[in-house]
Design a protein around this ligand. Structure first.
Ligand code: B12
Ligand code: SF4
Ligand code: SF4
Length: 326
């Protein structure tokens, strides 16, 4: 039973005039039993995707705020900064010490958390070539909670844009550090989707769990963070997945689904490309996202995101689990 007090939001005719004849949930493979690679759906060159006209519509609506324009320019400067060449001699370090050194370098470059995982072809969008690197170093950057509490607003959109820039700078700094050690390294941060999804490798790299709102929950930052990464051929050691009870907590919590204006967050796990997991209805989320400054209400209201509360929740869940197991 829903606790919603407000009626479900409906999109403008202006936006829906650009909507394609195809459901985004079909593109994402909802109801499909066989596993397959994800299909490109958004934040891709607009002429290559059915929802491309909506992507253009979003940029036209948000384009002329000066603070946002400045944040976008700074993000673009980070994207455009060239990489240094790969040094001719490789650093003589065993995988264990190199992995430790990579994590320290990532923190110095501005990453708030970092994890290592093997690159897998199933992260790569259909139609894109799997990048030729064995390892992915996944970076998390925390967003300012006070700014995000005001989502959806120009302030939260500016904060999101700034954190994209910070993620790209951290990834680029780390890629350059690796290149200086003689290893090939390629950085990726948003906002464009690139050629692979970030959440599945970030989960494998131990950065957190998938929440009901379709984003990840980190044990310290809650849902309030962005992801970036570096692909590399440096020999590294993978981190293990980490679970701290977020998935179980989501089973009995409805804070994000009740707060989502278009009611896009599905209350039950759903079959998507062969996996039963949390899923957000694309056809409901995207119109609100486009009209409301890229939304992010679901990140802001998640109890794990509230500073101080998230840590306590994680501790309580660990105590409960120890009691249940003992
Ligand atoms: C396209 C995109 C969108 C689209 C559509 C997303 C969709 N699910 O269809 C729109 C514009 C609607 C969107 C909205 C949001 N997004 Co978005 N989005 C992306 C982007 C660029 C590509 C993802 C994609 O193509 N998804 C389409 C298919 C693959 O979606 P899906 O099948 O539902 O799978 C999703 C998850 O379930 C998970 N996933 C995929 N396969 C598997 C397999 C398993 C086993 C599991 C457990 C999970 C999992 O990853 C997918 C993430 O969308 C990524 C960056 C990246 N390169 O990954 C950011 C990204 C996922 N978005 C992010 C965020 C935060 C948001 C918003 C909160 C908006 C905002 N302003 O912050 C909302 C949340 C609502 C939502 N729908 O999830 C963050 C998540 C960070 C976090 N804490 O987890 C990312 C990683 C961007 C970043 N660099 O930080 N997004
Ligand atoms: S981004 Fe907004 S519309 Fe989309 S799922 Fe989250 S709260 Fe709902
Ligand atoms: S608000 Fe509740 S249900 Fe939604 S992701 Fe956070 S913990 Fe899970």
């Amino acid at each position: 039973m829903s606790r919603r007090r407000t009626p479900v939001w409906t999109p403008s005719d202006d936006q829906m005039g650009h909507w394609p004849a195809l459901s985004g949930n079909a593109i994402n493979g909802v109801g499909e039993h066989a596993p397959r690679r994800p299909s490109p759906i958004y934040w891709r060159p607009p002429e290559t995707i059915p929802h491309g006209p909506l992507q253009r519509w979003f940029y036209q609506r948000t384009g002329d705020d000066p603070t946002l324009a400045e944040a976008r320019q700074e993000r673009q400067r980070a994207i455009d900064e060239p990489l240094i060449p790969v040094a001719a001699d490789k650093a003589d370090m065993a995988a264990e010490s190199l992995t430790g050194a990579v994590k320290r370098a990532a923190a110095e470059c501005g990453a708030d958390d970092v994890g290592v995982t093997a690159m897998r072809a199933d992260y790569v969008f259909q139609g894109d070539d799997p990048p030729n690197y064995p390892w992915m170093i996944v970076i998390a950057v925390e967003q300012d909670y006070e700014a995000m509490k005001q989502a959806p607003s120009m302030r939260s959109l500016v904060e999101i844009t700034r954190q994209y820039g910070r993620g790209i700078r951290a990834a680029k700094g780390l890629a350059n550090w690796l290149r200086g050690q003689g290893y090939d390294a390629f950085p990726y941060g948003g906002p464009m989707a690139g050629s692979f999804v970030l959440i599945p490798p970030a989960i494998e790299a131990g950065l957190g769990e998938l929440g009901k709102h379709g984003s990840m929950i980190h044990r310290k930052f809650g849902s309030n963070f962005r992801l970036a990464c570096v692909l590399t051929d440096a020999p590294l050691i993978a981190d293990a997945r980490q679970t701290f009870g977020a998935d179980d907590f989501c089973l009995h919590c409805r804070v994000c689904s009740d707060a989502c204006p278009p009611a896009a967050i599905l209350p039950e796990k759903t079959l998507v490309r062969g996996e039963q997991r949390w899923y957000v209805d694309f056809d409901k989320c995207l119109p609100y996202f486009n009209e409301a400054m890229s939304c992010a209400i679901c990140l802001a209201v998640c109890p794990f995101s509230r500073p101080g509360v998230g840590d306590n929740l994680v501790m309580k869940l660990a105590t409960r689990r120890a009691r249940d197991e003992g």
